[in-house]
Design a protein around this ligand. Structure first.
Ligand SMILES: Cc1cc2nc3c(=O)[nH]c(=O)nc-3n(C[C@H](O)[C@H](O)[C@H](O)COP(=O)(O)OP(=O)(O)OC[C@H]3O[C@@H](n4cnc5c(N)ncnc54)[C@H](O)[C@@H]3O)c2cc1C
Ligand code: FES
Length: 276
């Protein structure tokens, strides 16, 4: 009888450090050797709130090195508020790493990264890996105000160029981060983006205009986060390599799109394969 082994996904981690670079933005470092070892750029974890009263929350894996990972929390509701109160020494149960992450090889050697707000959390590992592999990387980073533009210097330290935008004009370009890329006129081979849905749709349109392809990491409120409930689907071209084989094509079925689970087949998709 063969022994079927699947890697354990649930890990008890311990908070090793905490910083708050701006009000309601908290970065917690965690002792999590297995996740740090296995995480691919753009993957996420499901974090179980310590009270256990709420469903788990999806969070991008921000940093991963040695035995440590970090998570960036932007406090928007009860779960992120509870997680942001964690202190050094507290325990946190995480499931992960989950999702597909970015297809870095397909991004090529001259990549624009576009981050909106907390979307930055899913782009540091891709930037570091692309730069280590010899690619040129430029980060276009937008937030609501100057103080909320946190950690751009980590990208600069890794060797990326950085351009900034704010909604209120308090730092960098006054307006949307997608306008900034169009305005600066730099040319890139591909785009990788993470942020709120309206920004990602604008990235898709911009990529089409520029004649380049874009990988977008979609944000959605997950229930299970592991592909079980089908509560997070997005229409995707049937011809996409990421299209799920389930449910099978019904006789007489003519639709050229399928529903893909953002948490399982994604969260990263090619924007030109999404039907949104
Ligand atoms: C793959 C993935 C990675 C993520 N990474 C991070 C991360 O690194 N850091 C982080 O802080 N958050 C991240 N998120 C978002 C986070 O999971 C949600 O914001 C979560 O719902 C927060 O729970 P809450 O109880 O604090 O707020 P909720 O009560 O769920 O929401 C509070 C308010 O925020 C709004 N809201 C909730 N989720 C979203 C969303 N996704 N986009 C826009 N508005 C929303 C709600 O409409 C509501 O008004 C990620 C989400 C996904 C899918
Ligand atoms: S949240 Fe359950 S399948 Fe995605």
């Amino acid at each position: 009888m063969p022994v079927l082994e699947t890697p354990p996904l649930v890990h008890e981690t311990v908070v090793s450090d905490r910083r708050e670079p701006f009000s309601d933005i908290v970065i917690i470092g965690l002792y999590a050797p297995k996740i740090a070892r296995e995480a691919r750029p753009g993957q996420f974890v499901m974090a179980v709130t310590p009270s256990g009263e709420r469903v788990a929350t999806a969070l991008g894996i921000y940093e991963a090195a040695g035995d440590r990972i970090s998570l960036m929390l932007v406090v928007v509701g009860p779960r992120t508020r509870e997680l942001a109160l964690l202190e050094r020494g507290d325990r946190l149960v995480l499931a992960g790493p989950l999702g597909n992450g970015f297809q870095l090889q397909a991004l090529g050697k001259n990549v624009a990264l576009i981050a909106g707000g907390v979307g930055l959390a899913s782009l540091l590992l891709p930037a570091q890996r692309l730069l280590a592999d010899g690619a040129r990387v430029h980060l276009y980073y937008g937030a609501r105000t100057a103080g909320a533009l946190v950690d751009a210097e980590l990208f600069e330290a890794a060797g990326a160029g950085v351009s900034l935008a704010t909604d209120d004009g308090s730092r960098g370009h006054h307006g949307y981060v997608t306008e900034l890329l169009a305005r600066e006129g730099r040319t890139h081979e591909t785009i990788a983006a993470c942020g709120p849905s309206p920004m990602l749709r604008a990235v898709g349109t911009l990529a089409r205009t520029l004649g380049v392809r874009a990988q977008v990491s979609l944000e959605e409120t997950f229930a299970c986060g592991v592909g079980a409930c089908w509560g997070c689907v997005v229409p995707l071209e049937r011809s996409s390599a990421q299209a799920p084989a389930f449910p099978p094509v019904a006789p007489g079925e003519t639709r050229d799109y399928v529903h893909a689970r953002i948490c399982k087949e994604g969260p990263v998709f090619w924007s030109d394969e999404l039907r949104w």
